[in-house]
Design a protein around this ligand. Sequence first.
Ligand code: PSU
Ligand code: MN
Length: 310
Amino acid sequence: MRLTELPALLEATPEVAAALAGGAPVVALESSVLAQGLRPPHNAEAARRMVDAVQAGGAVPAITAVVAGVPSLGIPEEAVPRFLAGGGVRKCSARDLPMAVADSADGATTVAGALALCGVAGIPVFATGGIGGVHRDAPFDESADLLELARTPVLVVCAGAKSILDLPATLERLETLGVPVVGYRTAELPGFFTTSTGLPLPAIAHDVATVAAAWRAHRALGRPGAMLLVQPPPSHVALPPAVVEAATREALARGAEAGVRGGEVTPFLLAEVERRTEGLSVRANLALLEANAALAAAVAVALAPKVAAG
Ligand code: PSU
Ligand code: MN
């Protein structure tokens, strides 16, 4: 997918626009993890580490967001502090994008929101921490990430789905929706904060060339949706499953008590888990965001029609 001209309404920073026009590798990133998922100063650290990792890998980072009503690929420097302030920016899933535009609001893209922008811009590679999925316990709250994954052709690099979710159910839904889930050097679905979930994956890739070949085949077959490339968090920061599970159960009980609903659920649970793991979950979150950005850059470079001029 190569674009010489962006659709009206969409803005790109000069660096991103040049990369897209020239066929250079671009890695899209979400901004909800910065505005809602992590608090200051961790969110600024996350942004810096992801951007640095993409650049070190030879690709151009494009943090997706709605900036004062403008859907954007890359956040202009003067607007960045608003997204890192720890409040005041709305969470934008795909369905929230039109109203953010109409209200001239700042909006931070979730995975679903970012995929929607990647879809219109034609950016094929995206990195995040963990996707949303099926929440635990009926009535089932299911992230819009899943439906957008089913219909947006983007290769999504992540550490699986967030550990606060029902992971077996999320994996089943991905199967139903026709979204390939490929383990990068792992045969098991990683658990976001944990390396292991005991859930076997249908496919493994041992190198980036295989990932690129699978992605080209996915597109050549006209598959309409995403492909997930999952890798475990770096081993030195991964948490033991029992620790994450205990913290998650307590967080879920608190959330139910407090009547947390809708888009508030995910940020609430992540903050509670952070408190209960004494920050170890944040350390893992930052490291896996960086590692996923680095892997996404390698994939983007392998897929780019052209790497720089010359
Ligand atoms: N992963 C994180 N922190 C986050 C999220 C993921 O480490 O804040 C965000 C992502 O943007 C994801 C969203 O798309 O949570 C899912 O929210 P919901 O379950 O409301 O769809
Ligand atoms: Mn939800």
